[in-house]
Design a protein around this ligand. Structure first.
Ligand SMILES: Cc1cc2nc3c(=O)[nH]c(=O)nc-3n(C[C@H](O)[C@H](O)[C@H](O)COP(=O)(O)OP(=O)(O)OC[C@H]3O[C@@H](n4cnc5c(N)ncnc54)[C@H](O)[C@@H]3O)c2cc1C
Length: 414
């Protein structure tokens, strides 16, 4: 079915931003009979999507839907209606329809069979081109000109584009070199669109290591540890997993899982205190008994290794953070092994983060994701004001919001 505008021509929709959210909007729009043009500032689309595939592309999560929705925290009421229209099961079916198998990992996360993003993106772009979607690369959107027409900077010079409707899917503020440089923020705030400040999400933190520890242990993984973080009013959060020591501090999946609360605590108080449990499967009593056994002539390192299996970066972290005098007191040392205090001083810069929080506020949009301040302009993806941990929740909401924006345009144009 083809939709015509007042001039009797097929209606055109400009999708600006060719990440997963924009591509999904383009797919829905092409299927709805629109002439769709995707514009992107980069030489090719889906660069962050492809990077996400490097460490194993995590598409979505297989946990119970209610638990899944809880990962969107305070934005659950806004994100749930989008996911209701494109659930984790629907996402998997959509991937299968592109000829890509998926599997559920031991953590419940859903991956493409080969863990890669490239075959999926290739199949998707092929299908979009067959549906008539036009792609315009190296087209940087600069806002609107005085006549209200879209303005682009292109290799051929300035270009203006008239479209019946627009979907903005410009991404968040992390990894600017992949295209998502957040230069859209002033373009929208100038037009009275409410935008919450962008902040790092799923990010690392600075810990102020000593030169010795940084030089010897940056890059080392701490496996099977738990972190407790007391978020204030709430009961303390305890999560188990692994993370990495960096030159500046800590990062990795266990840190990301707590990063929203840590970031907000640092913003409010100047630092955030976490407690590391280096032996989460051992009781304090058992650790204390083992630490208290006679050490003889052995060093502390070999004592802890032989009695508790503690070694390498874990022992060195104790040395880094525990006062030397406490090593002589079994109970204090055992307490440190079970609840080692670590003060985090700052979130790492947004450009290094996996994703960003903040963005176009939901109050500024209608349920179809159209901007109230700019009728006919819709927004989707990470540029909206929500955040979620890693685990497939980011792509799930980006794709679902792209679909919702595409459907929003179809309803509006009809
Ligand atoms: C290292 C890494 C690993 C990740 N792994 C996962 C994972 O396994 N699972 C998961 O769910 N999520 C993962 N993510 C997050 C996920 O990739 C992003 O949330 C998702 O790509 C955001 O989609 P989007 O379409 O909103 O924006 P983006 O993918 O950022 O796309 C935005 C597009 O807009 C274009 N653009 C921006 N400004 C302009 C402009 N002015 N003019 C024209 N074009 C413009 C950009 O060039 C870009 O192509 C990962 C992210 C990173 C960095």
């Amino acid at each position: 079915m083809t939709s015509l505008n007042n001039s009797g021509l097929q209606k055109t929709v400009a999708v600006i931003g060719g990440g997963p959210a924009g591509l999904m909007a383009a797919e829905v729009l092409a299927a709805g009979g629109m002439q769709v043009h995707v514009y992107d500032a980069m030489p090719s689309v889906g660069r962050k999507f492809l990077l996400a595939g490097k460490g194993g592309m995590n598409l979505t999560h297989s946990e119970a839907y209610d638990d899944f929705l809880s990962r969107y925290g305070a934005r659950r009421p806004q994100i749930a209606p989008l996911l209701d229209q494109f659930s984790p099961d629907a996402l998997r079916a959509w991937v299968h329809a592109l000829g890509i198998d998926t599997f559920i990992g031991s953590s419940g996360r859903v991956f493409p069979a080969d863990m890669k993003a490239a075959p999926l993106l290739r199949a998707w772009l092929h299908r979009l081109r067959q549906a008539g979607v036009g792609f315009h690369m190296r087209h940087r959107w600069l806002g609107w000109n005085e006549a209200g027409t879209l303005s682009f900077d292109t290799p051929q010079g300035p270009l203006t584009v008239d479209a019946d409707s627009v979907v903005l899917a410009l991404g968040g503020g992390s990894w600017a070199r992949l295209g998502s440089d957040a230069k859209w923020v002033p373009l929208l705030t100038q037009r009275e669109v409410p935008v919450a400040p962008l902040r790092p999400a799923n990010c690392g933190f600075e810990a102020g290591w000593s030169d010795y520890f940084r030089e010897h242990f940056a890059g080392h993984h701490l496996k099977s540890v738990a972190i407790t973080f007391n978020e204030g009013e709430q009961p303390a959060l305890r999560k188990q997993g692994e993370f990495v020591i960096t030159a500046d501090g800590v990062e990795g999946s266990l840190i990301y899982a707590l990063s929203a609360g840590l970031r907000d605590r640092i913003a409010a108080n100047g630092s955030a205190l976490i407690h590391l449990d280096l032996l989460p499967d051992w009781s304090l009593r058992r650790v204390t008994d083992e630490v208290a056994r006679p050490r003889g002539a052995r060093s502390w390192s070999s004592h802890l290794q032989s009695r508790l299996g503690l070694k390498g970066v874990k022992t060195s972290l104790l040395r880094e953070l525990v006062p030397a005098a406490d090593f002589g007191q079994p109970l204090l040392l055992a307490q440190a092994i079970k609840a080692l205090p670590l003060t985090l001083l700052a979130a790492r810069p947004i450009d290094e983060a996996i994703s960003s929080a903040g963005g176009v506020r939901f109050e500024g949009m209608d349920p179809g994701l159209m901007l109230k301040a700019l009728p006919g302009v819709f927004c989707a993806g990470e540029m909206l004001d929500w955040e979620a941990p890693t685990g497939g929740y980011l792509l799930s909401a980006c794709l679902a919001s792209g679909r919702a924006a595409g459907n929003g345009v179809l309803s509006w144009l009809r």
